[in-house]
Design a protein around this ligand. Sequence first.
Ligand SMILES: Nc1ncnc2c1ncn2[C@@H]1O[C@H](COP(=O)(O)OP(=O)(O)OP(=O)(O)O)[C@@H](O)[C@H]1O
Ligand SMILES: [Mg+2]
Length: 583
Amino acid sequence: MDAVAGTPRNGRVVRVSGPLIEIEGVAELSMLELVAIGPNRISSETVAITGDRAVLQAYEYTGGVTPGDVATGTGDQLVGLLGPGLLGQVFDGLLRPLSSAELWLTPDRASSTQDAATLAREWTFVPAVAVGTALESGDLLGTVPDAGSVEHRVLVPPGVSGELSWLVESAVVHASDVIAQVGGHDVTLAERWPVRRARPFRARATEAVPLHTGQRVLDLIYPLAKGSAAAVPGGFGTGKTLLLQQIAKWSDADVIVYVGCGERGNEMADVLQGLSELVDSRTGGRLIDRTVIIANTSNMPMMAREASIYTGITVAEYYRDMGYDVVVIADSTSRWAEALREFANRNGDLPAEEGYPANLASRLAAFYERAARVTTLGGRTASVTVIGAVSPPGGDMTEPVTTDTQRFVRSLWRLDRDLAYSRHYPAVSWTGSFARDADAIGLWYQAVQHSNWSARRARVISLLAEADRLASLAEIIGATSLPGHERVVLLGGRLLRDGVLMQSALSANDAFCSAEKGAALLDLCLAVIDKCQELIERGVVATSIEQADFGLVLRAKEETGPSDAQGVADRRDEALALLEALS
Ligand SMILES: Nc1ncnc2c1ncn2[C@@H]1O[C@H](COP(=O)(O)OP(=O)(O)OP(=O)(O)O)[C@@H](O)[C@H]1O
Ligand SMILES: [Mg+2]
């Protein structure tokens, strides 16, 4: 992230308070304009202007900044330089490379003191169109091989169209090199985009297509459509980070943007290491080569957290425009909201609920609403799916970030403390979660896979609810006082919870579950429950059913491979035969 040199206008710093800087005397400053502060040219953004005074939020440490320091208006907004070299790398909240191994050049960064050592990286550009072609925004100009495990497509940028009058031959180029001239515009290999503005697309797609996450409780009960938004609220240590990491590893997206926002640094290291070790089954490469990591951990400057969310989603939209399904993961949006709150308080804004600024809801909406499945300018169907963790203090789900977030997301995966404490992972509550796209996704399953996904889901949800109700009743009157068919429901609830919904992130066979295996596991459980009900009808006593060995059902997920639906189906016949022997 950097500033394009506009006409520099100088003023001076009058007040500094943490990340808040007040300046005066910069002529014609505009909202959201970037201002460089002091000799180190600390980047800061204009958030309020009164006369010739302005309030800025600084994206770097303000240690050493003093009143009187020079403040220079750059004439530019916070922009991300989007080009090859993003995949497989780690960036800070302003999209500056953090990994020391691979260096990624931004043109005027080489001259800035901060990244003077950053070197130009060379790329091979392979042209895909002939000179003379009439091009529109979003049309393909060429590709860059070796820029990650998905093909890097260089497109005509938004707002540019016309005849291609010149295109660089297959050549070695740098991020800032002009590679084409379209309609009289120079097109560079890397593109600058103001991160707070959503990148344009042609139209929203209406059909709901599920994002397959590989986590059964999500895929079978609380699914998320590609291009939708989901939130994962959960108290301390309930498994938010692990669930998001699982989604980063296993979901059927082409590109993952993982934004670590105010969380622990070692968790980012875990993501990096985990993804580096895992093989991407689709490309044969490493999973990290389809991932962009934006790390703004708790020890890094706070306001960059605020920017990192927008940076992440802008990177995602950039890959979306190339035609990919992208998932943005933000852990945690609560830390992001805390940055907003701290700044608002320093600025003396009138606090709303729990000290958060009055515009918290609209800020959250602005983030989640950038999730979309679209037809891009170039006519490709692609999506940005957003998944954010929410860490309510003390697990209080009525606090403002959690309640506001619920309004803007399509799926809510609420993590339950009791489930987590009893080591039922992922601790996604089946009573407090929701999936607004479930009906539409059911139609997709019916049309595309001819499967009765909706009917299965409805049956599981009602069985679980009925089992929960009976369990509380049984606590009062004792399970043995319940009639036989209700005792089978109780047993069925247990089988569904332990045999299907529970899924260990640490198991080789079970960390990922294919859609077919998930469906087979559900069918196995439901068939066993039906069989037990049938036995009750035929006069078998409930106690002898309860004492039967259900190990075959409970261990099926572990003892079959991640995609072995047939293995599960085979167990079903075996399990039914065992039960039949009871009659
Ligand atoms: N799916 C899972 N499989 C196995 N273990 C899990 C799973 N999910 C969570 N755990 C266990 O729970 C622990 C805490 O999980 P995690 O760090 O993801 O919680 P968190 O909600 O992100 O916590 P924090 O509030 O501190 O950010 C993990 O270290 C792990 O032992
Ligand atoms: Mg966490």
